[in-house]
Design a protein around this ligand. Structure first.
Ligand SMILES: C[S@@+](CC[C@H](N)C(=O)[O-])C[C@H]1O[C@@H](n2cnc3c(N)ncnc32)[C@H](O)[C@@H]1O
Length: 296
């Protein structure tokens, strides 16, 4: 049985390969978004080369099931939401962004902001693969990006970030999108607490699945899609349950949006989004009162 926070590998596949496959599947979806969806939610000039597939092949993927379209529009929308949040924090003077489980996310490479240091926290195999792909397409990582490997037990530890230059006495913005639901409820709770204690002031954006409507067909649901791809979600929270985890950890909730609301912010809507994204939520929370928080 997988330990908390561990990926569930399909038969014959090791966990690292499975996580690379998931990161790559998400990246291909974002490359398809660049060439198929109009108007685009997110302009990402690195997405297509990073995926390594021809625009014609990417276009051919665009004709697939409606839930694929819903999935890529949501991933693009949550990425844009995260990017804007980090951008706003940077304008307020925040200089540290931590991306937990970024996979092949291109944020740090699309916005080589000399004043912002981006800490990418992920599994070693995903990071190795990402660095190889970035190298192949000629995207430099530079000093503004620091790769932090997860501990062998999968846990996030401030010490590992500090080793890469993270300053716990300074505010930070933390994003963990598209990943918490692949981990156990205990792991989610531990991660929320660890994030709250990362530094004196933490702005946190994340997303999660609520329990699916038992009457809704599995095919018409994003969690059904991730399961079909070999990645069944392992934790479900109601909004009230997630709010309770966040507030218990010291966060104040600033926003709670449904996935369709996130998409609508950027002009993406439609019945297939309403159906397929029904039980997906995104939160934005902060420990700003923690400006006086003691760093343990
Ligand atoms: C769906 S991708 C999302 C990537 C990125 N955050 C985004 O929004 O595009 C999930 C990422 O979570 C990471 N991950 C960590 N633990 C995982 C687990 N137990 N199961 C699946 N993925 C896991 C993988 O490395 C993968 O890159």
């Amino acid at each position: 049985m997988a330990a908390p926070g561990e990926a569930v590998a399909t038969a014959g596949e090791d966990r690292s390969a499975m996580q690379v496959r998931l990161a790559m599947a998400t990246a291909v979806g974002q490359a398809v978004h660049q060439v198929v969806d109009q108007p685009r939610v997110l302009d990402d000039p690195i997405a297509v080369p990073l995926a390594g597939l021809s625009p014609d092949l990417l276009r051919s993927f665009g004709d697939s099931e409606p839930r694929h379209r819903a999935g890529r529009l949501y991933v693009a929308s949550r990425s844009r939401f995260r990017d804007e949040l980090i951008g706003a924090a940077a304008r307020r003077g925040v200089r540290q962004a931590v991306l937990i489980f970024p996979g092949l996310t291109t944020f740090a490479y699309r916005r080589p902001d000399s004043e912002l240091t981006v800490f990418e926290v992920d599994n070693a195999a995903v990071q190795t693969f990402k660095r190889e792909r970035l190298g192949v397409v000629g995207v430099a990582t530079g000093p503004g990006v620091r790769f932090v490997e997860l501990e062998p037990d999968g846990k996030l530890r401030a010490a590992a970030l500090a080793d890469q230059g993270f300053d716990r006495t300074k505010p930070c913005v933390v994003a963990c999108v598209g990943a918490l639901h692949f981990t156990s409820p205990t792991f989610v709770a531990d991660t929320v607490r660890a994030v709250a204690e990362l530094s004196v002031a933490v702005d946190f954006v994340g997303d999660f699945f609520d329990r699916p409507d038992p009457a809704a067909p599995e095919r018409e649901n994003l969690h059904g899609l991730t399961a079909a791809l070999g990645f069944p979600p392992r934790s479900f929270f109601t909004v009230a349950e997630m709010n309770a985890e966040l507030t218990a950890a010291g966060f104040e909730i600033l926003a709670n949006l449904t996935a369709t609301q996130v998409c609508a912010r950027y002009g993406a809507s439609g019945p297939e989004l309403d159906r397929n994204l029904a039980n997906l939520h995104l939160f934005h929370a902060t420990t700003t009162s923690g400006m006086t928080r003691d760093v343990r």
